[in-house]
Design a protein around this ligand. Sequence first.
Ligand code: SD4
Length: 319
Amino acid sequence: VVTKPIVVSTWDSGLPVNAVAWKVLKQPNSRALDAVEAGARSIEDTINCCVGLGGNPDREGKVTLDASIMDDKFNCGSVMALEQIKHPISVARKVMETTPHVQLVGDGALQFALESGFQKESGKLSADAEKTYKQWLKKSEYKPVINIEQQQGKGQKTKAGHGPFAPNFFDDGSFNHDTMGTIAMDATGNLSGACTTSGMGFKMRGRVGDSPIIGAGLYVDNEVGAATGSGQGEEVLRVAGAFLIVEMMRQGKSPEEACKIAVERIVRINPTKAKDFQVGFIAINKQGEYGAYSLHHGFSYAVTLADDGGKVFMAKSHF
Ligand code: SD4
């Protein structure tokens, strides 16, 4: 029995995103593509550390957004380092649907967005981002940290909450990062995915992570399944994470097994280094089965497949 529609998002902050996507999926003849875009837009509309214009800036104090989208026919689009545009996911979709290209970057992406009718927003940081940026400037150090939940589990650090809706600094000034990846299957059985982020806080100017790279942060093969993820993009890029997961599902692995294989591939590169960053993947297959796996404990994901509002699960983890 194929479970559909279904929508799965990264982190517990994916639950309200799924709710928005679910509303779309419930409409007759709706497309998974519209659902994942609507979900991504909803979180881009909120002020949070890690998605949209309220997110943490790069080292120069500029918020640069990355987003990608992929449908059931290998159509895909992405924008990288896009500034002052509220909905990078919709610009990514426009790239996919109205240009001969897949990826647009920086100024060119902005120019395209403006020509496509998107409004230029102010470049001012959100109050939270301003605060965290000032705090970061004191040391100007860039040390990626494992996500907070794991550290809380070890009793090393405390933080008021987690996810994009929570303040994202620890007492000691380190920070968390939560990208929104959403994958869905509609009532006709078609798959699509979207991924949107402000990327790692205090990244070098021009740095692009995994999220807007098709095959790393997001991949959809409508015959097999879909995958996306969150965490330290550099490490996901190295193994072409989302593509690897879809290929493993093609070979018969379950979504969770496939995510686990991708995590283990990352660990094998450098088991010692892998102790110091987080990566979490989610996947669904053509049967509507879902699964997730993360490097460290603390990666949650939201699953909605009925009118019950959805559920949050904690992914199994390597460490
Ligand atoms: C990046 N993967 O830019 C993103 C960051 C992230 O939760 O996932 N944050 O590397």
